[in-house]
Write a protein that binds this ligand. Structure first.
Ligand SMILES: Nc1ncnc2c1ncn2[C@@H]1O[C@H](COP(=O)(O)OP(=O)(O)OP(=O)(O)O)[C@@H](O)[C@H]1O
Length: 272
C-alpha cells in the first residue's frame, strides 16, 4: 500500500522574536517549494542544517499547515494527521513501561478494529519483520538503541500506513548499526511497498537509500535539485554498493550541491 504526494508552491512562515529588540518578525522557512513523490517511491531529503527539512515532513504528516501553497495525498488535500501516514523520529519514542510487543499493540489499539489476540499476532508479525521476534517481551531499557529504533519502525508499519515519514531515524546510532538498519529498511520497503520520505544529514545514507535524493537549499527552503540514483540494490548482499564507482559519482555530485551552500544559521546571522 502506498500513496502519491504532491507539494505545490508551498510556503511556510514563522513568527520569531528578534534577538536584540525582541520584536516579532516574519521568518520565511519555505517558499515556492514544489515536490512530487511517486506512490511506492523511496525519496531521501538532504540540505543544510535549518533549511526546512523537518518543516516539510511536519507538513506532509499534517502536524502543521502551510502558510501558502497546497499539499495533497493521492490528490486529496492534507488537512491534518492521519493513519495513512506514520512518522519515525530520531529519538526513540517507545513507552518505557510497555514491552516491545505491547508498544506495538498499543498503537494498534489506538487504531481500533482488531481483537486483543489479533493485535498480538500483528505485533509478532512486525517484530519478526524487523528481526526482533525473540525480543517481544523485553522492555525498552533492555534493548539497544538500534533495537529500539527497529521496534519504532515495526510499530509504524504495523498499522499499514501508505506513507512512512522518517526524520533522521538512524542519527543517534553507531556507524555499523546504522548500515545494518539501512539494509534492513530497504528490505522492508521492498516487502511492504510503502512510500518512504527519509530525512538525513548523511550523504552516503541518502544515496544508499534513495531512489531519488531531493537536495534542498536554505533561506528560503526549496528544492534545489533532484538526483536520480541508479544503483543495483539487488546486488547489495554480495557487493559493497558504497564502494562502486556509481555510488561515488552520486555521492560527489550531492556533496558538490551542498558545498555550494552556506549553513542557514550563518546566513541568518548575516541578515541581523
Ligand atoms: N515553530 C517554529 N517557530 C519558529 N521558527 C521555526 C519553527 N520551526 C522551525 N523554525 C525555523 O525554520 C527553519 C527550518 O527548520 P527545520 O527544523 O525545518 O530545519 P531542518 O532543515 O530540519 O534543520 P536540521 O537539519 O538542523 O534539523 C529553521 O530556521 C528553524 O529555526
Amino acid at each position: 500500500m502506498s500513496s502519491r504526494i504532491e507539494l505545490r508552491n508551498v510556503g511556510q512562515t514563522f513568527w520569531v522574536r528578534g534577538d536584540e529588540d525582541k520584536k516579532l518578525r516574519e521568518f520565511v522557512a519555505l517558499d515556492g517549494l514544489d515536490l512530487d513523490i511517486a506512490a511506492g517511491e523511496f525519496l531521501t531529503l538532504v540540505g543544510p542544517s535549518g533549511c526546512g527539512k523537518s518543516t516539510v515532513l511536519d507538513l506532509i504528516s499534517g502536524l502543521a499547515a502551510p502558510t501558502s501553497g497546497s499539499l495533497t495525498i493521492d490528490g486529496a488535500p492534507i488537512t491534518g494527521p492521519g493513519l495513512d501516514r506514520s512518522v519515525v523520529f530520531q529519538q526513540y519514542t517507545l513507552l518505557p513501561w510497555r514491552t516491545a510487543a505491547s508498544n506495538i499493540e498499543f498503537a494498534l489499539e489506538a487504531k481500533g478494529g482488531l481483537s486483543r489476540s489479533e493485535r498480538a499476532a500483528v505485533a509478532r508479525e512486525y517484530l519478526d519483520l524487523v528481526g526482533l521476534g525473540e525480543f517481544a517481551n523485553r522492555y525498552p531499557h533492555e534493548l539497544s538503541g538500534g533495537m529500539k529504533q527497529r521496534v519504532a519502525i515495526a510499530r509504524s508499519l504495523s498499522y499499514q500506513p501508505q506513507v512512512l515519514l522518517m526524520d533522521e531515524p538512524f542519527g543517534a546510532l553507531d556507524a555499523q548499526t546504522r548500515e545494518r538498519l539501512q539494509e534492513e529498511l530497504i528490505r522492508i520497503w521492498e516487502h511492504t511497498g510503502t512510500t518512504v520520505v527519509f530525512i538525513t544529514h548523511d550523504i552516503e545514507e541518502a544515496v544508499f537509500l534513495g531512489q531519488r535524493v531531493a537536495v534542498m537549499s536554505g533561506r528560503p527552503g526549496r528544492i534545489k535539485e533532484i538526483v536520480t540514483v541508479s544503483l543495483d540494490r539487488s546486488a547489495a548482499a554480495e557487493t559493497d554498493l558504497r564502494a562502486t564507482p556509481e555510488f561515488a559519482h552520486h555521492r560527489h555530485h550531492i556533496w558538490s550541491l551542498l558545498r555550494q551552500q552556506q549553513p542557514v544559521a550563518r546566513q541568518e546571522l548575516a541578515h541581523v
